[in-house]
Write a protein that binds this ligand. Structure first.
Ligand SMILES: Nc1ncnc2c1ncn2[C@@H]1O[C@H](COP(=O)(O)OP(=O)(O)O)[C@@H](O)[C@H]1O
Ligand SMILES: [Mg+2]
Length: 217
């Protein structure tokens, strides 16, 4: 399965989602390639930290950008069970190239108006890519939201807007704004690896990715 984590907004937690997805897949004993397609190279920094603090990263990393990205990913695809492509927060040539070879497009949104309003541009991007990759499944969900007990009003307002765009399927699974996510990244880990565990962050990540796997298998 080839996953692209993207969107057109910076700071929406793309790299956090990408690295947590990699760790989730590793725990299923899958062979994973992480593609850093962002000039800011956050996924590479994460991997550097991980290789310093851990015996082995458990996955391979490659930096690929530009319009030939899809050819390079395509050439590598046979060697891995899953490929996770972390893109930058803009509508870049790299992101478009990634989407032409992807099965799944995951678009996290922070529950803020300026972020949610970028859904129109994301839908336009998806519609254009689907002309060349009709099988692409695209999903939106809310990440980095304040979760007090149940899903709060910011989430409900964001969800109401995102649900209006069926070509990007809205996932109810939410990723809360939790220190565990920052702590895990700083240690080159996914929240599923944190000790002591953060049960809420772990449950959110497991619910989100399990649901995506069920929808796309
Ligand atoms: N669920 C979350 N809870 C708390 N902090 C988060 C969460 N997701 C992301 N962050 C923090 O927000 C910032 C941006 O996240 P990042 O994953 O780098 O976003 P992007 O890749 O979209 O630019 C980072 O400092 C990250 O640690
Ligand atoms: Mg990033």
């Amino acid at each position: 399965m080839i996953y692209t984590i993207g969107g057109i907004k910076g700071g929406s937690s793309k790299t956090t989602i990408a690295t947590n997805l990699v760790v989730f897949l590793l725990q299923q004993r899958r062979k994973v390639l992480l593609v850093d397609a962002d000039d800011q190279a956050s996924a590479s920094s994460f991997t550097d930290v991980r290789s310093q603090l851990h015996e082995a990263t458990g996955y391979e990393l490659v930096q690929l950008t530009g319009r030939t990205l899809h050819q390079q990913v395509f050439a590598l695809a046979g060697k891995y069970d899953d490929i996770v492509i972390d893109t930058g927060g803009r509508d870049t040539v790299s992101q478009r190239a990634a989407l032409t070879v992807s099965d799944v497009f995951l678009v996290p949104f922070a529950a803020r108006s300026l972020d949610i309003w970028t859904i129109d541009a994301v839908v336009k991007l998806v519609d254009e890519v689907k002309a060349v990759n009709a099988n692409l499944r695209s999903f939106s969900f809310v990440a980095r939201t304040d979760v007090h007990g149940n899903q709060g009003s910011a989430w409900r307002e964001a969800a109401a807007v995102l649900k209006e765009y069926p070509s990007v399927e809205f996932l109810e699974q939410v990723v809360g704004n939790r220190v565990a996510f920052g702590n895990a990244v700083a240690r080159g880990e996914g929240v599923l690896e944190l000790k002591p565990a953060d049960t809420k962050a772990s449950a959110e990540i497991t619910a989100l990715f399990t649901h995506v796997q069920q929808l796309t298998k």
